[in-house]
Ligand binder design. Structure first.
Ligand code: ADP
Length: 474
């Protein structure tokens, strides 16, 4: 097995705030079939340390960004972990990035620089006799790892994956020293970004290869509309940039075995799960589609647009169940919308509930303004829950729109719309209601959806091929 080190700030089943955790948790298992053994370096947050009690110390770090730290080696399920135990950085209340009041920790740049610095050290010296052949870093949190690795004299090739270019790891210029960066690299060709430091930019400059999580997002990233300031740099590296779709864990997300639901093998068997979901949320049975949203509530996800378009659905007998949390204004607006009949809202984060909703709903709505890959539409395909999605990023790449031709050819799996406006979304919701009422057509959509390959096999093969290619260059 060829060794590869993944550097990530989240990883299922230890700690998750979004899709990155799913990817980091699932990729190692899928890679073994392709000859790569992935080990994962992640921060020893309080939630992680409690799950890694039987860990072995493999590295001592007497002064890691202001405190004593060590690297612990642990196994969890199929995962092979290196946990960065640095209590002064990670033993805190709150989420990985936010304090108990929802504010960014002020030392986030140092916290994740520390993670990246340790990755650089492993890439240059190895750890406990283990040496990676490739360093695979995820998002701004691991953005400095390729830089530190080079500065430490490592020649291990580096791959950087953009899960979301909106989060760029910005730090004020006066943190150059505290981040152990070289002032000479604080230039437009280095990690300087409009007078500040960007760890995402550092990664885009110093990585050997760049990937992102769908081919369409890889193209979009090179435009001003989606690149969020990084488009020029990404265009200059087009030859090294590749979109590789995310997969999902098809064992965790399997309607035939899901312990949260009345299981089913074909979409015809959904009716019990649907009835249970209506009961759980106090919704009356109707003959319209039960639509669902499971999402962070943020501007990215376009849910303000859904609030505007919602009458088009409920006035035609459709219903909405929403599970989400985030922006307080959106949380309040959805709570208010739930006063109307046919709309049920749960503000919070709840894995079990997300499975019950995915199984019981007829359609899953994803009206994102941009979406690097998106996972909920993939769960939807697997559960025969028809995705109704904006035509952007990974949503464009994973759903086949029910155009007349696609319906006639028997390949359609969902409904796509653009642009992300209330008018276009309302039209898509009306189309959803109409298609739902045409039973043979809806059932064909469900059958096609459930037949899609949404696991990791194909994408793991692409990552493995990329690792093989970069490993050969050294
Ligand atoms: P992003 O990473 O931008 O949040 P993705 O669609 O890639 O979006 O991944 C989101 C993941 O988080 C999915 O696994 C989704 O089911 C999960 N999720 C989002 N919000 C909630 C919630 N409120 N409760 C449970 N799971 C959620």
């Amino acid at each position: 097995m060829k060794p590869v080190l993944s550097v990530t700030s989240e990883c299922v089943p230890l700690i998750k705030t979004g899709g990155l955790a799913d990817v980091a948790g699932a990729l190692p298992g899928a890679l073994t079939a392709h000859g790569w053994q992935m080990r994962t370096l992640l921060p020893g947050y309080r939630q992680v340390m409690t799950k890694c009690r039987r860990a072995k110390k493999v590295m001592d770090l007497p002064d890691l960004f202001g405190g004593k730290a060590r690297v612990l080696q642990a196994r969890l399920g199929g995962l092979h972990l290196y946990v960065l135990d640095a209590p002064h950085l990670f033993d805190r209340e709150g989420s990985p990035y936010l304090d108990a009041h929802g504010k960014d920790f002020p030392d986030n740049p140092e916290r994740f620089a520390a993670l990246s610095w340790v990755a650089g050290r492993i890439a240059s010296e190895g750890v406990d006799g283990w040496m990676p052949q490739v360093l695979h870093c995820h998002d701004w949190q691991a953005g400095l790892a390729p830089y530190y690795a080079r500065k430490a004299g490592s020649d291990v090739p580096t791959v950087f994956t953009i899960h979301n270019v909106a989060f760029q790891g910005i730090a004020p210029a006066d943190r150059v020293a505290s981040l152990r960066l070289d002032r000479a690299d604080f230039t437009a060709r280095g990690f300087e970004y409009w007078g500040q430091i960007s760890t995402m930019k550092a990664a885009l400059v110093w990585s050997d290869r760049i990937t992102t999580v769908s081919p369409t997002y890889a193209a979009e990233l090179q435009t001003p509309e989606f690149g969020m300031g990084m488009e020029g740099l990404l265009r200059s590296r087009e030859a090294e940039l590749k979109g590789i779709l995310n997969g999902i864990d098809t064992e965790v997300w399997n309607p035939a075995t899901d312990p949260e639901i009345a299981t089913y093998k074909t979409a015809k068997g959904k009716s019990r799960a649907r009835a249970q979901l209506r009961k759980e949320f106090g919704l009356e049975p109707t003959d319209g589609p039960l639509c669902a949203v499971i999402s962070r509530l943020s501007h990215q996800k376009g849910l303000d647009v859904l609030l505007e378009a919602l009458p088009a659905l409920v006035d035609r007998g459709g219903q909405l169940v929403l599970l989400g949390s985030g922006d307080p204004a959106l949380e309040a607006a959805f709570r208010k919308a739930a006063a109307h009949s046919g709309v049920a809202v749960h503000v919070g984060y709840d894995e079990g509930m997300s499975h019950r909703i995915m199984a019981g709903a007829d359609a899953i709505l994803v009206p994102s303004r941009f979406e690097p890959c998106g996972l909920t539409q993939l769960y939807g395909l697997r559960y025969g829950t028809i995705p109704v999605v904006a035509m952007t990023g990974g949503l464009a790449d994973t759903v086949i729109n029910a155009s007349p031709m696609a319906l006639r050819s028997g390949v359609a799996t969902g409904i796509q719309f653009q642009p992300v406006t209330a008018h276009a979304l309302a039209s898509a919701l009306i189309r959803t209601v109409e298609l739902f009422k045409d039973k043979p057509t809806w059932e064909a959509l469900q059958r096609n959806a459930m037949r899609q390959e949404v696991g990791w096999e194909a994408s793991a093969a692409e990552y493995a091929a990329l690792y093989d290619e970069v490993a050969r260059t050294r």
